[in-house]
Design a protein around this ligand. Structure first.
Ligand SMILES: [Zn+2]
Ligand SMILES: [Zn+2]
Length: 431
């Protein structure tokens, strides 16, 4: 198995048996060490601005990715410190996403060691020093929040135009270097003090630092676990449907790949009034569940030709919008072939770095096919709307989360995702 070994399985199931080479074993019980290490007021007030906040533990645990195809290990860290415009979150839940898996398998190059996890909910425990009043008033201590995986800086060329999803700093610092926007990580190992990089906010951790622009209040009526998926799976689906596909009532939509993001696309398409919603996958179990999410038709692409079937269902025309949520060259082509003349093929599935998709150029030109990429959505504008869709029940969160894991089972969760055995979305519950 690619990201898992028998050794790691034993480690997670019985922490006391782990070899001393794993630094998290240096304390017999991390949880008890955390609760007993609450920092007293005297110590925090006598230190510099980087001192741990009052009432916060001095250390935390996070799941660390070291190198491709090696298991995640749970390590102890100094409690991360937020800087100006950033918020410290006590993480409650973190979704298990294919983008993280691409990093763990070495398919998407990323700085390592790092903490992955970019689909979080949690409670605000601290504001970075000198964070502006509007932000601290919008996001008070104790609030429940959900975080978008694209964390907009708020002031670059694209952010200033409202295109948070293209934020220059997010791509230049976080995606390219594994840091926040001062070029530094907030994660340092307890044992050695060495820096560990952050994939988005590094959400597979007991605490994480998030730029305030990525956060939206989560109403108390929405549970932490289910709501975690709002920040990537639903966020990505919303961006694709609202901004790339611009779905209109009565549109016909095909979604290829019914995982966490694909099934969210079905729900958003239904919410936007699409009349024909065609789910395409190779697993009958996923296709069965697709009907709950709003699919009016299901195609098992392992048993029949998906393009032919889509043509048949649409009277030979093709769909107004086809969405590819897998990131595979073969389904890229199928998606383009499935849209009607003038239709939109929308791509949201990430793939191995350097993968290339093929297009029939003459059809593209003569039949005005639109090929549109879409990465997430716009945190400040869209995330509050996405939360409202969930709060009002228009987006059904309860059926979208299919499996829960404990924090100590983080590695198992990605193992299961890699096996294709997760129908819908899995979430790691942190505390
Ligand atoms: Zn994701
Ligand atoms: Zn920006």
């Amino acid at each position: 198995m690619i990201i898992r070994s028998a050794v790691a399985r034993r480690l997670f199931s019985n922490p006391s048996s782990c070899p001393s080479s794993y630094s998290w074993c240096t304390t017999t019980s991390t949880r008890s060490s955390l609760s007993s290490s609450l920092v007293d007021q005297k110590r925090s007030s006598s230190s510099s601005s980087s001192a741990v906040g009052v009432g916060l533990p001095a250390y935390m645990r996070a799941a660390v990715f070291w190198e491709p195809n090696k298991p995640l290990t749970i390590e102890e860290f100094h409690i991360p410190r937020p800087k100006s415009g950033e918020i410290l979150i006590k993480t409650k839940a973190c979704g298990v996403c294919h983008s993280d898996l691409h990093v763990l398998k070495g398919e998407l190059p990323f700085a390592s060691p790092c903490v992955v996890g970019h689909e979080i909910t949690g409670e605000i425990v601290e504001h970075g020093p000198a964070t502006d009043k509007k932000t601290t008033e919008r996001l008070p201590i104790g609030s429940h929040v959900v975080g978008a995986f694209i964390m907009p800086c708020g002031s670059c060329f694209f952010c200033s135009k409202g295109h948070d999803d293209l934020c220059e700093d997010f791509f230049a610092y976080n995606r390219a270097k594994g840091t926040l926007y001062d070029g530094e990580t907030r994660l340092f190992l307890r044992s050695s003090g060495k820096p560990v990089y952050m994939y988005s906010m590094g959400g597979l951790a007991e605490y994480c630092v998030v730029p305030a622009n990525a956060l939206t209040i989560l109403p108390k009526s929405l549970p932490y676990t289910e709501s975690a998926i709002l920040g990537c799976a639903v966020f990505t689906a919303y961006g694709a449907m609202a901004h790339a596909a611009e779905i209109r009532p009565g549109d016909s939509v095909a979604v290829v790949g019914i995982g966490g993001v694909g099934s969210s696309c079905l729900q958003i398409a239904r919410a936007f009034g699409a009349s024909d919603i065609i789910a395409v996958d190779v697993q009958d179990e996923k296709l069965q569940k697709a009907k709950l999410f709003g699919a009016t038709h299901a195609i098992n692409a392992a048993k029949e030709d998906a393009v032919e079937k889509i043509m048949e269902l649409t009277g030979g025309k093709g769909v107004d919008v086809a969405v590819e949520a897998l990131g595979k060259p073969q389904t890229f082509l199928q998606c383009v072939q499935s849209v009607r003349d003038g239709g939109k093929a929308v791509f949201i599935g990430l793939t191995a770095a350097g993968a290339v998709g093929e297009v029939d150029i003459n059809r593209l030109v003569r039949r005005k096919i639109k090929i549109i990429g879409s990465y997430g959505a716009r945190a400040r504008q869209d995330l509050p709307k996405i939360v409202r869709l969930a709060e009002s029940g228009i987006f059904d969160l309860s059926s979208a989360v299919s499996r829960r894991y404990k924090f100590e089972e983080s590695d198992t969760a990605f193992h299961d995702l890699n096996q294709g055995s997760i129908v819908g979305r899995a979430v790691v519950e942190i505390m």
